[in-house]
Write a protein that binds this ligand. Sequence first.
Ligand SMILES: [Zn+2]
Length: 467
Amino acid sequence: MYKGKLLSAKAYQARYWNEYSQTMSREKLNELHLKRIKNLLRYAYETNKFYRELYDRHKVNIDDIKTLDDFKYKVPLTDKPMIQPSQTPDNLYGDNLSVDESFIVGHYATSGTTGKPLYEAWEDYAIWRIGQSWCPAYWSVGIRPEDTFYFAFDFGGFAGFWSAYFGALRFGAKVISGAGVGMTTEKRIQQILELKPTVLVATPTYTLHMANAAREMGVDPAKTSIKYYVGAGEPGSASIPMIRKKIEEAWGCKCAEVLGVSEPPVVAPTCEEGDGFHEEEMHQFAWVRDPDTGKEVNEGDVGERIITNFSNYATIWINYRTHDLVRPTYSCPCGCTWLYYKGGVLGRTDHMLTYKGTNIYQSAVENLVSSFSGASDYFQLVLTRENEEDLMTIKVEAKEDLPPEQYATLAEKLRMELKAKIGVTLPVEIVPVQSLPRSAGGKTRRVIDLRPEDYKMELAKKYKSFE
Ligand SMILES: [Zn+2]
């Protein structure tokens, strides 16, 4: 209890990790963002080849950016395929690097489920700023400095869990690594029983897999020391309510999920009151763009989240496309003034489907499949293109005790459910137990996009009105 005593009783009961910043008025937040943006643009132009050439090519004069609207509409958007080509074995970070190699203390790669990894360099202070972005999420679910974190993660090059680790240190908590040569899920369960951590950090899919493995070992995960779950790396615990409920029930814990992409690595905390995320506006500026018009969407409408990051001065992210579809609002019952994304991430710009005139969001399908009784926690959404139409086939593993002759009936039930809730009839295949790949603690590839490459290029162009 020593560390608990370090916080005053008042601070201990505080609603926010950082009340000053988390309840700042929109006017003040925007004032701060504009000031930081102007500094960042100047810094990028002077130190970073990628941004200098981009702005010269688009004839953007940094001194002409005087308002947030100037910034949104005059400063070109950036995207992974624009940055990646300059990364070569002789020039690891490519043109998007603002510091001398000797200042780099972290090397990370995007763990994206599509394409080549993108390398990212962090300077010293970035580690703590990026780590700190997790603290509001930890605090909001009730985690306090005397808690002990257990990382069921192999500590590879994926920045997400590294930053969660730096965040836990910044928070003042004890940290246990569940990595190691020959580490297995069973050994991790043993470690949890032995070391009694209170916070479990893992991807949502792996957390459910761990719960199943624990039960097979005769251990009830809900009766372990775990009181909180922190998820990242794939949508799940907060943006998909049914997965969140499953994790909470399996582990008898409270869920905090954050929204992050590996680049830029600052995360957005979930909200205790709502069913979505707040933007992390201490280190990031975000706006939501209509892919068709290129303009900012109205409050409550769906668009792509575009971010500018103030946490890392080695590799820089300005007006960067996350490809996450979100629905922004400026008010939330929790009192935090940071931009709020109701419903979390609704899908990806590259995975959105229009089928028989209906927009289908990946998260809606995932939520429905996860809540469907008779199906297991393992499923895949397979995208194909047939007769000039996108098609999504849902492959779900049956539960272990379901006899194969009942697969067809189960598939039909799920088809009906999809039709009733989403409004379209999608093919459903029930596949045998253990036939879909398992996540080994990393990201699970839940969407398999088998549509023709040239069609996907065409689709991508729709969202690329910037170059
Ligand atoms: Zn809130």
